[in-house]
Design a protein around this ligand. Sequence first.
Ligand SMILES: Cc1cc2nc3c(=O)[nH]c(=O)nc-3n(C[C@H](O)[C@H](O)[C@H](O)COP(=O)(O)OP(=O)(O)OC[C@H]3O[C@@H](n4cnc5c(N)ncnc54)[C@H](O)[C@@H]3O)c2cc1C
Length: 408
Amino acid sequence: MAEFTMELNDEQKEVRDWLHGFAADVIRPAAAEWDEREETPWPVIQEAAKVGIYSLDFYAQQYFDATGLGIPMAMEELFWGDAGIALSIVGTGLAAVGVLANGTEEQIGTWIPQMYGDVNDVKVAAFCSSEPDAGSDVASMRTRAVYDEAKDEWVINGTKTWATNGGIANVHVVVAVVDPDLGSKGHASFIIPPDTPGLSQGQKFQKHGIRASHTAEVVLDDVRVPGSCLLGGKEKLDERLARAREKARKGGERVKNAAMATFEASRPAVGAMAVGTARAAYEVALDYAMTREQFGRPIIDNQGVAFQLADMRTQIDAARLLVWRASWMGVNGKPFTAAEGSMSKLFASETAKKVTAQAIQILGGNGYTREYPVERMHRDAAIYTIFEGTSEIQRLVIARTLSGMPIR
Ligand SMILES: Cc1cc2nc3c(=O)[nH]c(=O)nc-3n(C[C@H](O)[C@H](O)[C@H](O)COP(=O)(O)OP(=O)(O)OC[C@H]3O[C@@H](n4cnc5c(N)ncnc54)[C@H](O)[C@@H]3O)c2cc1C
């Protein structure tokens, strides 16, 4: 058992400083421009690829950091730079993790490199689960995948929405219903290879924040993919469905809603993104409060301002500690008996919303303009309480985990 320490080791500090340098020198200076353009910042993704930040290897290295702090540290620094650009850089990871978690070795080797492309021709990937009528309630998903045995192909029809990188991705990972009687247990994930006929981008959304990240509908119209595109393979799927049918027949286990299930290990990463945005806004506010003078003295001389900053910093540090705890638990296989992953995401995302709003207040009129970055950070922060499970869903998961009751 390692000795308890709150200190990062030398290697972690080196990675953190390297990421911080990239965030400060490349991401932050580009943030306002790409927010206004509302486009994917391809040149910045390419820069990230050149230095090795946009690659599976980088995320794998951080993921396998035995302390669990690799991923949260990376997320915090990149999102400190800018949330929209950072999401464009890490969004591919969502789809890559879907393949890593459920794919065969062959699928991992074939598809993940195509998700990232290479330095001279960077690509992105999309993970498509949400639908117009299936957000928090994943079990009501309608996109259907039907097996055509004669051709060993799957035929997929449906509409996905709010997909990060949807339609511009080289590779899409799509979740679809294979057995409608089994609720979310009857879902499976499919790779949709580049240029597959029948897949098209629907509406591209104009958003409140994270505007440098592309979000769009993905329409699947008689999309045919080879049997080899079913993640994990047919044999594994048939076994899983048979087990789920048996359980449903016995009525021994309620078929759960996947959105309600505890994605405890992945949620701290979103919490870390929120910590990055909150810290960025806090730093701007602190600097401003120490330099802006009114009534002949810096505004931080007023307790009303200074105490706000004290609260902001306290909440950010508390959020980071919750995120680190949950990440450490995830990597070390500790059971999430109090939904600690959801707790970290809930607290960090609510903190980011609150702290960025306080930052605007501290900057006064300047805070409200686009001359200063805090209004963008506040718009960006609102996403953290929505995606990867809304704050209400996190509370539901926590309450159910604590009580064991089917709270609605
Ligand atoms: C910018 C952006 C990027 C996204 N990226 C992706 C992506 O890459 N892939 C993907 O698959 N999805 C993505 N999403 C979708 C995202 O995960 C969903 O928006 C989210 O899960 C919420 O679903 P919903 O929007 O349908 O809200 P709804 O589920 O309709 O919820 C609406 C409101 O009702 C509340 N509510 C719902 N059910 C309950 C309940 N049981 N108890 C209490 N309150 C409840 C919610 O908390 C919320 O406040 C993205 C969304 C956005 C905005």
